[in-house]
Design a protein around this ligand. Sequence first.
Ligand code: SAM
Ligand code: SF4
Length: 346
Amino acid sequence: MKTQDMISMLNLKDPDELDLLFKQAYAVKKHTVGTNVYFRGIIELSNICTKNCFYCGIRKGNTEVQRYMMTFEEVIEAAVWSHEQGYGSIVIQSGERSDAEFTGFISSLLKEIQIRTNGELGITLSLGEQTEDTYRQWFELGAHRYLIRIETSNPILYHTLHPADHSWSKRIECIRTLKRLAYQTGTGVMIGLPGQTVEHLAEDIQFFMDEDIDMIGMGPFIPHHGTPYHNLVNGFDGEAALERALKMIAVCRIAMPDINIASTTALQALNPTGREMGLLAGANIIMPNITDTKYRASYTLYEGKPCLDENASQCIGCLENRITSIGESIGYRQWGDSLHYVNRKS
Ligand code: SAM
Ligand code: SF4
């Protein structure tokens, strides 16, 4: 797809034209990856973070946050629960730490999850930048997908959103290392970042294509009061943010028909049916939150995070209804691997 075509699609405003775009993306999805939605139960392991990304509610510099780390048993319980519910996979996500205590803790978790779920549960990690050795060790212990967003593919924009010691090049290096190690590799961006243009978003899609990535987890940027972007909280236009994010999903699906695309929770923060809208615009993955409700409010990356007091079993009933109501089905007990990865490896 040419950059100019991406830009034209991303610039659409007319409701009828937008409807056509979403229908086209949905047809591509239906034809290529089908209408099964795959669940990845997300475990928000810890909000302790050594980094200070300007946009993030759990950045190190936000002193209002009560820091936590789930216990070993709590994580195992959540993983086993997920397996029993027939969720094909889990995602373990956390603030970024690369000390030996943390990386060793993840290794022990991976070993125990494999034992307790007979190696049947798909495991995605989203734990930020790590060394090649750490990534390799986690892969050998059973993690087979990794999600690390580039946040924006434009290095100049990246540096306006991060302190000077955060490195865009390091992030690229991580994506490439993960691919080399044979992980199903996912990346993504935030949509609607301060200073971001439609041209930047088209560059992001080109970046996903050039890096030949297997999965995308992207969502709207939503400002948080405990960050340097607190002044954007009042006056934030949720409707426009949602529309922009849905257009990005649709264009990515059309440009990369066989990848997995997540309909992220941030969409639901902007509209109660935001995740269903994401599925109808071309996404095929949902990440239900299975973190214990006692921790959820402390993992607030952006304002208005949904389901803070809804436990995991309430979430599953609500999600099932939402998905079947739009005529899709749930791929219970299936990993739902990225077809792009399967094709790339065969
Ligand atoms: N610490 C790891 C990392 O940064 O890769 C993983 C966890 S981090 C909380 C996951 C993602 O949250 C980030 O990649 C970022 O895109 C997203 N995020 C952070 N702040 C956000 C905000 N204000 N609005 C939307 N998404 C946000
Ligand atoms: Fe930490 Fe990730 Fe938030 Fe950056 S986006 S501050 S690395 S949790």
